[in-house]
Design a protein around this ligand. Structure first.
Ligand code: AMP
Ligand code: GLY
Length: 421
């Protein structure tokens, strides 16, 4: 079988690597990939941008790709799945309409509201004076969110009224996020612990992935600016069997059923970002229409079933006939970023890696090959990921791997997993 992975991050390296481990997978292509995918056996990069849908379609046809798996949200929201299917190609992901669960926060909040799926209370605004009036009534802290995709930067937690006014004016008047910020969701500030709940969906049936948690703040102790994620681990101890069952019954199943009932059946990875309070009461912070990055890296280390096979089953509506087999051992990944991330940082620095041992793996994100050298090419650059007998041992092994990397310009947290230990 031949597999095409769309994307270039650590998530996509982990997906491609996982698929490549199985004999029945003849070859994996990654569009456009990174240095890590370039260096793997049985994996090749193809120089097509992840948003260039016509060229991706031509490639998938000419190579007789059996299954295409989409990593990032942007091509999904653009409609890559609809376009591939129109050409008779097999692809796993949500349709353009279904991707609105991530692509529009107003859509997803209204969807949850009308289907009684627990989430923070909220209002949607397009006019700043009304938005500001609402914030004055509700008080702070309060959360201001750009409606559309904003590369993880569209959520502002305002602790004071002036911060809230600044965020509202930035989005609605200052055009800070362009079209994505022409509507804002203003919502209740929730407290508790976050977890990532990711499942595969075939329109009706649901196959849960192993649970995970990521660290979104850049600095130790969950401080500093928000990022795409500085590390993650799986499983998430906070998702006890009781919490798990509650999430399936009150959030995941109702979501899948309501999408179907509303005529937009959901196929693809579905990621509910959860806030779990001290009593175990769980609310949805957001939906993503894709896997998380970096959550995918530790999740793929633990998945023993062939992901490509599971995705094909899902495109056939057969997820009820397959099972995901998981390594019992927890895994943990530490993101190595370029100093200065998420603001400004250098690119093009040479990175030297030593060999990985069994049970540990460096997934590449922002890297490229330059005259035979691995060089940095983005903000989040590597994710050193390891399995261990418990989260603590996985953490020790992941940091051993981090310490084996020679790259002067790196920045990483030294406490990934502390909440799980
Ligand atoms: P989102 O993109 O909606 O997941 O928001 C990004 C991050 O902002 C989340 O992972 C949370 O850490 C935080 N966040 C979002 N919404 C809320 C909320 N209502 N209350 C508290 N924190 C939130
Ligand atoms: N790690 C969070 C995300 O992928 O959205």
């Amino acid at each position: 079988m031949k597999v095409l992975i769309i994307g270039s991050g650590g998530r996509e390296h982990a997906l491609a690597w996982q698929c490549s481990l199985f004999e029945e997978v003849e070859h994996v292509f990654v569009a456009p990939g990174n240095a890590g995918t370039d260096l793997e056996k049985k994996i090749s990069n193809i120089q097509i941008d992840s948003e260039n849908i016509p060229d991706l379609i031509s490639f998938a046809k000419s190579e007789f790709i059996d299954i295409t798996i989409v990593g990032p949200e942007a091509p999904l929201v653009m409609g890559v799945v609809d376009d591939f299917q129109d050409e008779g190609l097999v692809i796993f992901g949500p349709s353009k309409l279904a991707s609105q669960l991530e692509g529009s926060k107003a859509f997803s909040k209204d969807f949850m509201h009308r289907n009684n799926i627990p989430t923070a209370f909220y209002e949607v605004f397009t006019e700043s004076n009304l938005a500001i009036k609402y914030v004055k009534e509700m008080g702070t802290p309060i959360v201001i969110k750009a409606d559309g995709l904003a590369a993880g930067k569209g959520v502002i937690i305002a602790n004071t009224l002036s911060e809230a006014i600044l965020a509202i004016n930035d989005m609605l008047e200052g055009n800070r996020f362009g079209e994505a910020g022409s509507r804002v969701v203003i919502e209740e500030f929730l407290t508790g612990e976050e977890a990532s709940f990711i499942v595969m969906v075939d329109g009706s049936n649901i196959l849960p992935m192993a649970t995970s948690q990521d660290h979104k703040s850049r600095d130790n102790g969950d401080k500093g600016p928000n990022t795409g994620g500085m590390g993650a681990y799986s499983p998430a101890p906070i998702v006890t069997p009781l919490v798990f069952d509650g999430v399936m019954e009150k959030i995941i199943k109702p979501t899948v059923e309501a999408m179907k009932a509303e005529g937009i059946p959901y196929t693809g990875f579905l990621y509910a970002g959860l806030m779990i309070d001290k009593k175990g009461i769980t609310k949805v912070l957001e939906y993503n229409c894709r896997l998380g990055d970096p959550e995918t890296q530790p999740i793929m280390m633990r998945l023993k079933s062939n992901l490509a096979r599971l995705c094909i089953s899902a495109t056939q509506g057969d997820l009820d006939t397959v099972k995901g087999e998981w390594d019992e051992r927890p895994s943990l990944g530490v993101v190595m970023a370029a100093k200065g991330y998420p603001e400004s940082y250098k690119k093009g620095e040479i990175i030297n890696l030593s060999l990985e041992e069994a049970g540990s793996k460096i997934f590449h994100a922002g890297t490229k090959l330059d005259a035979g050298n691995i060089t940095s090419n983005g903000g989040r650059v590597l994710c050193a990921t390891a399995l261990g007998l418990d989260i603590k041992e996985a953490q020790e092994k992941a940091y051993q791997l981090v310490n084996s990397v020679s790259w002067d310009g790196s920045y990483f947290r030294t406490d990934i997993g502390f909440k799980g230990i």
